[in-house]
Design a binder for this molecule. Structure first.
Ligand code: GUN
Length: 299
């Protein structure tokens, strides 16, 4: 077990970085408005997963607050893959929408790959289409998935050095783990990290996490990372937001992958849950939709 000198753990506020992003976007949004364009998002929800409904509702609320448009399409949980693809093809051809988001996870039995492949690459504001995944991996991205893009912006905003540093990513999902690994390992002035990807089958997870200068906890396992698993001064990014039932009025709380109490005084910096990565995912969705709208008037 490593020994630790006490450090002051800095809070990395995603909420604050998101405010900074929105103030920059305001100018771009008003210049689009001068061209008669209001960035507009179509969100597709299949079935009635309560967490998905909450996430999409909070994204839509933010669009409304910023004077942008959005429309949610609720499809039955009994829809077939073909029916979902057909709905998306309709949205691809509908000029009112600049961005299309399909909320994941899709119900069991749905061919998620076929659904994500059917989204127009020019409207794919989540960056989940294989062509956009490939472009990111090439180092020439069109749309970068929102959560990893938001994590990268938090690191940049707080001046956290990545060049030559060891970033350990826990989780290999297409939504977070894989794209953040591509971003941080990119040959670019503000990345250039050495990246290790760990996952549920990694032997002796601690032996990797203890080597991390930057630890990205994105396994979706509440409290997975504790103070004994990190080294003094590590920057810890907590991507987990698992709903755990409790006795509060809401009936649940959102719990991160990091045991915040246990890493306090060891980590050099930590993103809180809530108020860390979550607000940045939404800010990056807005940014990607603004980008899609800007490109729509150029082409
Ligand atoms: N489910 C969990 N995270 C995301 C996300 O960033 N986008 C979509 N579409 N679904 C998600």
């Amino acid at each position: 077990m490593p020994t630790h000198d006490t450090v002051i753990t800095k809070k990395l506020s995603g909420k604050k970085v998101a405010q900074f992003v929105y103030s920059d976007l305001e100018k771009r949004i008003s210049s689009l408005a001068q061209n008669g364009v209001i960035p507009t998002l179509a969100a597709v929800i299949v079935g009635s997963d309560p967490a998905s409904q909450v996430y999409v509702r909070s994204k839509m609320r933010k669009f409304r607050k910023l004077g942008l448009n959005s429309k949610t399409f609720f499809l039955s949980g009994k829809s077939t893959s073909e029916e979902i693809v057909s709905e998306i093809k309709g949205l691809n051809n509908d000029d009112r929408f600049h961005g299309i988001l399909v909320q994941l996870p899709l119900p069991d039995g749905i061919d998620s790959n076929a659904v994500l492949r059917s989204v127009s690459v020019k409207k794919d504001v989540d960056g989940f289409h294989p062509e956009n995944v490939g472009l990111l991996s090439y180092g020439n991205p069109r749309f970068i998935p929102c959560t990893p893009k938001g994590i990268f912006r938090i690191l940049q905003y707080y001046g956290i050095e990545t060049m030559g540093k060891h970033a350990v990513v826990v989780g290999r999902s297409n939504i977070v783990g894989r794209p953040i690994s591509a971003i941080l390992s990119a040959k670019s002035r503000d990345a250039n990290a050495t990246v290790t990807i760990c996952h549920s089958k990694t032997d002796d997870l601690s032996s990797y996490t203890q080597q991390a200068d930057i630890l990205i906890a994105s396994a979706g396992i509440p409290g997975l990372i504790n103070g004994e698993m990190i080294s003094n001064g590590a920057v810890v990014i907590d991507v987990g937001i698992t709903r755990v039932d409790d006795r509060s009025d809401k009936g649940y709380s959102l719990v991160g992958d990091v045991d915040a109490h246990s890493v306090d005084g060891i980590a050099g910096a930590l993103t809180p849950v809530p108020g860390g990565v979550g607000p940045m995912t939404i800010a990056m969705l807005v940014e990607n939709t603004v980008e899609a709208a800007e490109r729509s008037i150029l082409t």
